[in-house]
Ligand binder design. Structure first.
Ligand code: 5AD
Ligand code: SF4
Length: 427
């Protein structure tokens, strides 16, 4: 999501006459796009700021801006930081950045962290920062109306709002016409996409269908789904289109209903399991990935074991796994104690990672001997004479070139796998 946001900012800056440089020493303006989701994301930004201090000393007129979620959350502290930052702009103020730059040039601290109920940057054509020219992110909504107890997103990105489907489709068509072959539709909770048009309401499954119809040669992905909202209707839509990828990212967060209640996720372990069973029934062979948080307030060994057993039962193809990080101002920070000791969080996270590695390597081994349609995305990073791409299920495949190029679809027979990659031959 931050990459997509940076692409919007790049577009706004380009229109205002700015150019990008690859060398930070040449820059007259440095903008740092930030994330507040966990404390370590913010720590990295503080270190980054310190590391550019010498540039600021060398070049007196260098302007440094901090934008995004951390700007929203920590305006005061940021401005007080040793006079390093001149501009602070929250996620809904990107259009103001050129103005803020002028203010900073005039020697003032320039700040805008107003959140909006309408801003979706619908009319802005992002300047793509992905390098492959094959896959692109398309933001379809902003903000979030859920109130997961641990999560800072609703506070820093504001209320949920959907983007006009017309502008989404226009962006997708333009991407396809300029050679892109895969789009990932982005929102905090895509299942609650909703757009009213002349008394008609467009929901996510209809939007997805419209995007899939742009071309059968365009792969469509989306993220993130919420277990409480993902509908059978959406799953049926996915099943009807070969180009809607058979991969669903469905964050579980925990396998314990007691913890899910405390997290305010609005579903139980059983509900989550039912969603997985339904996905497997309507979409056989569909990959499922997840997010997991370990060490949330009051989590016991019993709760932890329930998370482990959920991982084993679901057989996730992939997971993002995190230690709980208390975020100031959230419901959990206000009402619950962050009482699982750090060393226990570490032990539990390591157990989760070890089990998930086992489970995902099993899922890869099951792919050996099968043929998958792969969209070629690039040269393999490790072995430059091989190509790499992904299956519809989002698994990375590496294979010898045989005269094919990125942007093409090829059928690849998988003959072996490593822990992260499938390896095969074009047939
Ligand atoms: N601590 C740890 N992980 C978090 N996430 C969100 N907030 C926190 C937090 N306070 C994780 C969730 C979410 C993913 C994007 O980040 O798993 O799905
Ligand atoms: Fe955060 Fe929950 Fe919204 Fe996801 S759905 S962004 S975890 S509040």
């Amino acid at each position: 999501m931050n990459v997509a946001d940076s692409e919007i900012v790049m577009s706004i800056l380009k229109d205002a006459g700015f150019q990008q440089t690859k060398d930070i020493n040449d820059a007259g303006l440095i903008l740092i796009n930030t994330c507040s989701i966990r404390e370590n994301a913010e720590q990295r930004i503080w270190s980054k700021l310190k590391s550019i201090r010498h540039l600021k000393k060398k070049k007196k007129d260098l302007i440094v801006g901090l934008i995004g979620c951390m700007a929203e959350r920590l305006k005061e502290q940021i401005l007080e930081t040793e006079n390093l930052v001149d501009i602070v702009a929250g996620p809904d103020s990107y259009r103001e950045i050129p103005l803020l730059i002028s203010e900073a040039e005039a020697g003032h601290k320039a700040v805008n962290i107003l959140l909006s109920r309408e801003e979706t940057y619908a009319d802005i054509s992002p300047v793509r920062m992905d390098k492959n020219g094959v896959s692109a992110f398309v933001s379809i909504m902003r903000g979030c109306n859920n109130m997961c107890a641990y999560c800072v997103v609703p506070y820093v990105r504001g209320a949920e709002r959907s983007r006009d489907p017309k502008s989404i489709l226009k962006e997708v068509r333009e991407l396809f016409e300029s050679g892109y072959r895969e789009v990932t539709l982005l929102g905090q909770n895509v299942d609650s996409f909703k757009w009213n048009q002349n008394g008609n309401t467009i929901y996510f499954s209809e939007l997805l269908e419209k995007v899939a119809k742009v071309s059968p040669l365009l792969r469509v992905r989306f993220s993130t789904s919420h277990p409480k909202d993902i509908s059978d209707e959406l799953l049926r839509t996915i099943s009807q289109y070969d180009n809607i990828c058979k991969h669903i990212h469905l964050p579980a967060q925990s396998g314990s209903t007691r913890i899910l209640n405390l997290m305010n996720r609005e579903y139980s372990r059983e509900w989550y399991m039912d969603r997985i069973e339904t996905i497997k029934k309507i979409l056989p062979g569909c990959a499922i990935s997840t997010d997991l948080i370990t060490g949330f307030c009051t989590e016991t060994d019993e709760d932890h074991k329930l998370t482990l057993s959920l991982i084993e039962w679901a057989g996730f193809d992939f997971a993002y796994m995190f230690k709980y990080s208390e975020r100031p101002g959230t419901k959990a920070a206000r009402k619950l104690k962050d009482d699982v000791p750090e060393n226990i969080k570490t032990i539990r996270l390591n157990e989760i990672i070890a089990l998930q590695n086992k489970v995902s390597s099993k899922s890869k081994k099951q792919d050996v001997g099968k043929v998958f349609e792969v969209l070629i995305e690039d040269r393999s990073k490790r072995t430059g004479d091989n190509l790499s791409g992904r299956t519809s299920q989002n698994k990375v495949v590496v294979f010898p070139e045989k005269g094919h190029r990125k942007g093409e679809y090829v059928n690849v027979l998988i003959d072996r796998c490593t822990s992260a990659t499938l390896i095969g031959e074009i047939i």
